[in-house]
Design a protein around this ligand. Structure first.
Ligand SMILES: [Zn+2]
Length: 72
């Protein structure tokens, strides 16, 4: 997907929690003494993948429930 650092436009590897501000490792360290405020882009991507997986599982459950309804 290639998010860019909002400061130097290098490839971003960090993101501020609950915002869409992305930073490369260098700028993140420079601007934030506490990197725990930042999440790794890869971790965020994994979290989103997990959320999607759960949503898809829910939808599949709904579809399975619909199929169980008698036809008449
Ligand atoms: Zn940067």
């Amino acid at each position: 997907m290639g998010k860019k650092c909002i400061i130097c436009e290098a490839d971003a590897s960090y993101k501020i929690k609950d915002t869409s501000d992305f930073y490369c490792a260098e700028c993140a360290e420079e601007h934030f003494a506490d990197l725990t405020l930042l999440v790794k882009v890869e971790e965020e991507a994994q979290r989103l993948r997990q959320v999607l997986k759960e949503k898809i599982a829910d939808l599949e459950k709904d579809v399975a429930t619909l199929k169980d309804v008698p036809n008449d």
